[in-house]
Ligand binder design. Structure first.
Ligand code: NAD
Length: 339
């Protein structure tokens, strides 16, 4: 299916901006409007090089009047906008319910009234809770919802509302639940960019103790390709799980890989007190999107990680103004180094 007009919410954030860049390049004939509140995580400079090719609207997805205005005439909504940092959801949970649950509801209600042809909702594997470290099963489209942080609970709420709008009102929706993304334009507060940036600044990696938490890492470019395929060929009403090639890699192993890529000694790691309720393991089974839509990740985790380090080395002017705010957040929440 070819879309003429897309509304991309959260397009100034990490994944949303990568998607806007991707779409401008791969579908240059389409018209894109980005709606973004420009919270601490939204950064207009990320869209600088394509600013003449998109319409940017600064605003809140909770603002019904504004949402109706920007959605009028749109064929397809791709919804990324959300508060996305688990640690911040522990310190300030209300803002997560507001933007992630209520904000999604406002978009859905507007999409229903305007008879939008497709509403694609970006969600997370964190809605499924976590997997015991020793277990070998993975999350898939049939996994039950067991969110464990205010972030994942607010995302779970939004997923349920998206399905309710499909079931009750026939809204043509698709959902993707993906694993942890990494790549360019990733806000410095998140584990991989923060570690690279701290090392580039002569500081040590800060790692939640004991460092054995396992994540399933998905490169943001692979994620954008998956969303594209879902929009073109995905079945209405369906959910697709999207994951990466990095299986069973713990955070401490990621830290060691970064040290190796950056040619630094192994002792450049500091353990800090763990986050409350820290999920131990995520692992995503992406068989369905592979079998039905022919998607698979393009490069190995190690290749993408090297490229990501290079990107942060070469784009210091992008992250330098943001790194200070991010470190201040960790100081405010009382990050405590153990050794
Ligand atoms: N980053 C990941 O690893 C990951 C993994 C799975 C799912 N997701 C989901 O993908 C989406 C994008 O995540 P991200 O990492 O790019 O997040 P991000 O925090 O980098 O960016 C979020 C963007 O949304 C905007 N925003 C926040 N609240 C808003 C509001 N009320 N109105 C309008 N704009 C608002 C912010 O300004 C920012 O530009 C989110 O829905 C997130 O839950 C992310």
């Amino acid at each position: 299916m070819n879309y003429m007009k897309l509304l991309i919410t959260g397009g100034a954030g990490f994944i949303g901006s990568n998607f806007v860049h991707y779409w401008v390049k791969t579908h240059p004939e389409d018209e894109i409007t980005v709606l973004d509140k420009l919270t601490y995580a939204g950064n207009l400079s990320t869209l600088d090089s394509i600013k003449d090719k998109i319409n940017f609207v600064e605003g809140d997805i909770i603002d019904e009047e504004l949402v109706a205005k920007v959605m009028t005439g749109v064929d397809c909504v791709v919804h990324f906008a959300a508060e996305s940092h688990v640690d911040r959801s522990i310190h300030d949970p209300y803002v997560f319910t507001r933007s992630n649950a209520l904000g999604t509801h406002v978009l859905l209600e507007t999409a229903r009234r305007l008879k939008i042809s497709r509403f694609h909702h970006i969600s997370t594997d964190e809605v499924f809770g976590d997997i015991p470290l020793e277990a070998d099963w993975k999350f898939n489209e049939d996994s039950s919802y067991k969110p464990s942080s205010p972030y994942s609970a607010s995302k779970a709420g939004s997923d349920h509302m998206v399905r309710a709008y499909a079931h009750t009102f026939g809204l043509p929706i698709t959902i993707s639940n993906c694993s942890n993304n990494f790549g360019p334009y990733h806000y410095p507060e998140k584990f991989i960019p923060r570690s690279i940036i701290r090392l580039l600044q002569g500081e040590n990696i800060r790692l939640y103790t004991p460092g054995n938490q396992v994540r399933d890492w998905l490169h943001v470019n692979d994620h954008c390709r998956a969303i594209d395929l879902i929009l073109q060929k995905g079945k209405l009403g369906e959910t697709y799980c999207v994951g990466g090639l990095a299986k069973g890699i713990s955070n401490i192993e990621v830290a060691h890989k970064l040290l190796k890529i950056m040619d630094l000694p192994e002792d450049r790691i500091e353990l800090v007190t763990d986050r409350p309720g820290h999920d131990v393991k995520y692992d995503v089974d992406w068989t369905k999107i592979n079998k039905e839509l022919g998607w698979e990740p393009q490069h190995t985790f190690d290749e993408w990680l090297e490229q990501t380090v290079e990107w942060y080395k070469n784009n210091q002017s992008w992250w330098k103004p943001l790194a200070e705010e991010s470190e201040q957040f960790y100081q405010t929440k009382g990050e405590e180094v153990l050794k």
